[in-house]
Structures are given as C-alpha cells and as structure tokens.
Design a protein around this ligand. Structure first.
Ligand code: IMP
Length: 213
C-alpha cells in the first residue's frame, strides 16, 4: 500500500534531515518541495511565526492536494526588542553571511548588562491536512547572546546562541543534542503527537486507519 504523502514546505536540506529524524518515515512519505517537483513562489508576509508557517503550508496543500507542513523560525533578542525575529533570514540582507550577521548582533549588545543578553529561538510549525484542516504549534529554546562566536555545527545564528546550563553555544552541540532541546525539535515532536492523537495522516479506509500512527 502506498504511504500517504506529507509535503514539507522548505528548500532547506538541513531542515529535511532534522524533520525526517524526528517525524519518522515509516507511516507517511515526507517530501520537500523540490523532491515533489514543486516550484512555488510563496510570499511570507505574515506578522508572526505562526502566520508565516500557515501561509507556506496552505500554499503547498492547495497546490498539491496533499497534507503539507511548514515551519517558520527565528531568533528573538530581548535587548533589541525581539529583533531580528520573523526577519531572521532576511536580517541585514538575505545574502549577507552569518559571520557578519552574528558579529553585528554581538556588537549591538556591547553595552548590555549580563542579564540583558537573553534571547530565544522560536519555531512555529503548521500542518494543513489533505481536507484543509489547520494545526499550528509554537516552541522556543531560551538562551543568551554569546560574547564571541563558538562552534562549527548547526547553521545561522547557532555560533552566538549560548546555553548557560550547557556552557556551550548550539553550534557546539552535536546534531542529536541540538534536536533534543531545540525549538524545531520540540515543535516537531509536539506536531507528531497531534498527528498521532488525531490520526491525521492516514488513509481513508478502516484498515488503513488501523495501521496508521
Ligand atoms: P526560516 O527558514 O524562514 O524559518 O528562517 C529561519 C531563520 O532563522 C534562519 O535562516 C536562521 O537565520 C534563523 N534560525 C532558525 N532556526 C535556527 C537554528 O536552529 N539555528 C540558527 N539559526 C536559526
């Protein structure tokens, strides 16, 4: 029996690895937009992580008729009133390197007191099922902006996102350690729970429902 398809609205190969690890692939087939041969130009003009995740998931579900999931994530720095927030990817320009973006943030906090360096990664995940029902979850991981970049794992702002209890940045954690505590890991696990509890990604027949998550 063919597995139901779940499309994940991202072009980021790094995220697809995390998503397959956390959601598992035994019951449904998880495809990226590229793997599904989908080339959509989606305008993310929502005013929150949740709104942007829903915009992406809805667009893919409507274009394909398959269940679609999307995430929207970013870094909120309290000293900068929550910036870069939903603009994290575009911050200082989409093509600006993270070496530059990260140093800029460190410089912006030059005058901050130790207790003013708090920040969080936020991740919203939206699921739109094949019949159009919508679900959204949001999770965070709390940390601080480091005084200098450290670590070579992960991506984006990981080298400056410091976790006091581990005395490491998220770029110094292994992928497994990061998945266990990250905003995206937590949000994906919450979404997996919703999928399982509501039997959302099953076929229509009783037999298929029996065998599904
Ligand atoms: P998105 O792909 O539109 O959700 O944009 C997320 C942006 O937020 C990324 O391009 C990174 O700049 C930042 N970001 C989100 N999650 C992480 C993370 O786990 N580590 C480092 N940066 C992240």
């Amino acid at each position: 029996m063919e597995k139901p398809k779940l499309l994940f609205a991202t072009g980021n190969a790094h995220k697809m690895i995390e998503i397959r690890e956390i959601l598992g692939t035994e019951v449904y087939e998880i495809l990226s937009m590229k793997e599904a041969g989908l080339d959509l130009d989606i305008v993310e003009d929502g005013d929150s992580f949740e709104a942007n995740a829903l915009i992406k998931a809805r667009a893919v579900q409507r274009a394909t008729g398959h269940a679609a999931m999307a995430d929207d994530s970013g870094l909120e720095v309290d000293y900068l009133d929550g910036a870069p927030g939903i603009y994290s990817a575009r911050f200082l320009g989409e093509d600006t390197s993270y070496t530059v973006k990260n140093q800029y943030l460190i410089d912006q906090l030059a005058e901050a007191k130790p207790e003013e360096r708090t920040a969080r990664f936020v991740c919203a995940i939206a699921l739109v099922t094949a019949d159009g029902t919508e679900y959204v979850v949001r999770e965070t991981v709390e940390g601080e902006i480091a005084h200098r970049p450290a670590g070579a794992n992960g991506f984006g702002y990981d080298p400056i996102f410091y976790l006091p209890e581990y005395q490491k940045t998220t770029a110094e954690l292994s992928p497994e350690e990061k998945n266990a505590l990250s905003h995206r890991g937590k949000a994906l696990r919450k979404m997996r729970q919703i999928i399982e509890e509501n039997k959302l990604l099953c076929g229509d027949t009783a037999v298929e429902k029996e065998g599904c998550l």
